[in-house]
Every structure is written in C-alpha cells, then in structure tokens.
Design a protein around this ligand. Structure first.
Ligand code: UDP
Ligand code: MG
Length: 330
C-alpha cells in the first residue's frame, strides 16, 4: 500500500471523536473536498483515507462513522472500547494509520482547525519536511480566559526548559518515519505536543486561522484544561521538584539565621513574647512541607503509572485492518 517516493503519497487523516454526532457529516464533507482536490493535483494517492477514531462516544457518533464508511470510499473508522481521552485516542489512530501511510495528519473533529491548511501541509511534505506544525494565527475565537491561560502555560513550559511549539495544538503532519519514531516513545503519561519535537527531523510551520467550533460543545472544561497543563509540565520537566528543593534550602538558611537572632536576643535578657512569629513560622513551614510532599507525590504517582505499563486503549473495531485482511484474502 505504501508509495514511498515515486507515486503520490498515501495520506491518512486521523480524527479523534468523542460525542461528535453533530459535526461528523460536515467534517466529512469538507475533508472530502480537500482530499478530492489533492488527489486531482496528484499530491496524494487516490486511496488516501480519513480515519475517524471513536473514543467511546455515548451518542450516535459510531453509527454515523460506520454509515459514512459505506458511502464514502475514503472514510474508515476505528472504534475504541471505551473513552480514553483525546491524546490516547489520537495515539490509537496514529498507530493504526502508521502501518499503511506515507504521511498522517491529525486534526480535531470540530472544524476549529482550518482544513484548507492541509494543502499547505502536503506542499511542505513534498518539499521534504517530516514534521509540519499547524500554528494558530489568531485565537480571537477563544475566550479571553482561554487565551490567557494558554499563554501562561506556554510561558511556563518555556521557563521550565520544555521545547513546545507556541500556539500549536494537535493539528500536524507527520511523515512515516517521524511517526514511527514517535511511536517508540512508550510513555503512559502521554503529552504528544511535547514528544513530537523530541523526535527530531526537519520540521516546518503552517499558519492558519482558528475558527469557532462548528457544532456541539468543547470537551475540555476548566478542570480538564488545568489537569492537561499540569500533566504537560510534570511529564516533561523535573524543574518543579528542584524548585521545591531550592525553596527548602532557602527556608533552612533563613531559619538558621532566625535561630541565631533569637539566641542573641535571649542572651541579652530581652524576652520576647514570640507568639506571633511562632505561629507564623509553623503555618509557613507546614504549608511549604505539604506542598512539597504533594509535588513529590505527583511524580511518584507518575512513576507508578509508568511502571504498571497498562495499555492506553483497547480497540473494538479497526476498519483499516479489516480491509487489509480482506484484500489479502482476495
Ligand atoms: N476528544 C476525544 N476524546 C475526549 C475528548 C475529546 O477524542 O475524551 C476529541 C474531540 O471529539 C475533538 C478533539 O478531541 O475532536 C478536541 O476536543 P475539543 O474540541 O472538545 O477541545 P477544544 O478544542 O475545546 O480544546
Ligand atoms: Mg475544539
């Protein structure tokens, strides 16, 4: 199925979906438009596919995907046994697609990312880039709150020495070899945005405008967003632990000075009532200790999850694989 070099490359567009019944049809229509043109321009092979990954949706998403796979030759579905979250669903799709694609593009189902940018991705791929990052030109459709928390997150990651692309979500193209390299990173605490730059290879950036969600609701509420950011930070940097150690050291030095001072005061016979300072320091040290313990616990928890090495997802139906088997039988 691979075309490598010679003919037009086999592209698979991987689309994770969780309760997206309202958008699937429109997404398919628009992706079809883009893919048709790309095939005409011979930028991609005519057999190229869109792979919808149903992440354990509770609505009619899978039924729709299944129907579309019968009526649209380029649509295929991958059904996960239960909801495992965006990052894991994406990984499931990339892994399934990786076996038969010269390049893959990951995109959200909700049409927030401009599908017409796919063409520019392909141009970059043909120029020889292995990784193409879609970077949001404007975030005007995001709320003030989301824009600023996102900005804070990118700044923090940079400060901690983690290399991630500014304003890039999971809209990107990966060549076959970049994807294979990516799949070698066997982390349970998955943060794809952080891992892709580690893979290396030549990368390019394509800028696009981010739109409103076409229909339905965002699945990332404040709690999920914060947990995603925290996950990103603690999976990629041990600087927070070092900061705790440094903080502890500074407090230790300060308390030593304070001890010297109180001894000095005591020897001069000036008894201080001391209650205020005592209470303050107990609370302060107590707070610092609890916070440090919590942070250490977070990393230990991560180690625990990694050590268990549980599978990140279970596949119920893989239409790509079924098709390949059927082809082989023929
Ligand atoms: N998604 C998923 N599993 C989940 C949550 C979300 O596969 O548990 C998908 C969702 O269907 C969408 C993409 O991940 O295609 C991004 O989610 P969403 O648009 O809700 O996030 P936002 O754009 O608001 O950050
Ligand atoms: Mg969205």
């Amino acid at each position: 199925m691979f075309t490598f070099g010679g003919e037009a490359p086999f592209l698979t567009v991987v689309v994770p979906c969780y309760n997206e019944e309202k958008v699937i049809h429109e997404t398919t229509r628009r992706l079809a438009g883009v893919l048709d043109r790309l095939v005409q321009e011979q930028l991609i092979a005519p057999e190229s596919k869109v792979l919808y990954v149903d992440d354990g949706s509770k609505d009619e998403t899978w039924t729709l995907i299944d129907e579309l796979s019968r009526t649209h030759p380029f649509v295929r579905g991958l059904k996960l046994a239960r909801n495992v979250g965006h990052q894991n669903a994406l990984l499931a799709g990339l892994t399934a697609a990786g076996a038969c694609s010269d390049c893959v593009i990951s995109i959200d189902a909700d049409l927030q990312d401009d599908v017409t940018a796919i063409r520019s991705f392909l141009y970059k791929f043909h120029e020889g880039f292995d990784v193409v990052y879609g970077v949001r030109e404007s975030r005007s459709t995001d709320s003030f709150f989301k824009r600023n928390t996102a900005l804070g997150f990118y700044r923090m990651m940079k400060l901690l020495g983690v290399n991630i692309m500014y304003n890039h979500a999971d809209y990107r193209l990966l060549s076959h070899r970049a994807l294979s390299a990516l799949l070698e990173y066997k982390e349970v605490n998955l943060f794809l945005r952080g891992i892709v730059p580690l893979v290396g290879y030549r990368s390019a950036v394509v800028r696009y405008d981010r739109h409103e969600r076409y229909a339905g609701e965002s699945k990332y509420n404040l709690r999920k967003m914060l947990s995603f950011a925290f996950q990103g930070i603690t999976s990629f940097s041990i600087t927070p632990i070092r900061m705790v150690t440094a903080g502890g050291f500074i407090i230790f030095v300060l308390s030593f000075l304070a001890a010297l001072y109180s001894l000095f005061v005591h020897l001069r016979g000036q008894t201080t009532s001391g209650w205020t300072s005592l209470i303050l320091s107990i609370w302060f040290i107590g707070g610092v200790q609890l916070m440090s313990l919590g942070l250490l616990g977070e990393y230990i928890g991560k180690i625990y999850m990694e050590v268990k090495g549980r599978p990140l997802y279970n596949i119920e139906i893989n239409q790509l694989l079924e098709e390949r088997k059927a082809d082989a039988d023929r």
